[in-house]
Design a protein around this ligand. Structure first.
Ligand SMILES: [Zn+2]
Ligand SMILES: [Zn+2]
Length: 138
């Protein structure tokens, strides 16, 4: 199988990255922290093993949105770029819409509906979860 690469970056072009292959997860997050960080009703994320993520250009600025979570953005234009959680070492979440082609990896579900805004209504028919999707019934 041929290895595919996808590229992305921030809106001003200072930061460029490349990912290899397919994401392990693709979802839309409705949590209040993503909402505030992006100043957007929801934020779509794709998850890749860190080994498949390569920064090509620029230096994202990082901050902790909570103690275990590190987020990165472009300090020039403000585009949110990545999310790393201490409990998911070796994986990085990337904002789907910072990809040059956000249609490459469509989301499979919505997470954190418990934080949703009253006026957010999706009609895509995808599964929704009050918090994180559990991959197996607990
Ligand atoms: Zn930028
Ligand atoms: Zn979130």
């Amino acid at each position: 199988m041929a290895t595919t690469f996808s590229e992305g970056g921030c809106v001003c072009g200072a930061i460029r990255y490349r990912v290899r292959g397919e994401p392990t997860n693709s979802m839309i997050c409705h949590c209040r922290t993503c909402r505030r960080v992006a100043a957007s009703p929801v934020v779509a994320w794709v998850t890749f093993p860190m080994a498949q993520f390569q920064l090509l250009q620029g230096h994202p600025t990082e901050f902790h949105s909570s103690e275990p979570v590190r987020r990165a953005f472009c300090s020039i234009c403000g585009t949110p770029l990545t999310y790393e959680h201490r409990d998911s070492v070796g994986f990085v979440d990337i904002t789907t819409c910072s990809l040059d082609d956000p249609d490459s990896f469509p989301p499979t579900h919505h997470s954190w509906l418990s934080h949703d805004l009253m006026w957010v209504r999706f009609g895509d028919g995808l599964p929704t979860f009050q918090e994180w999707r559990r991959d197996s019934a607990a």
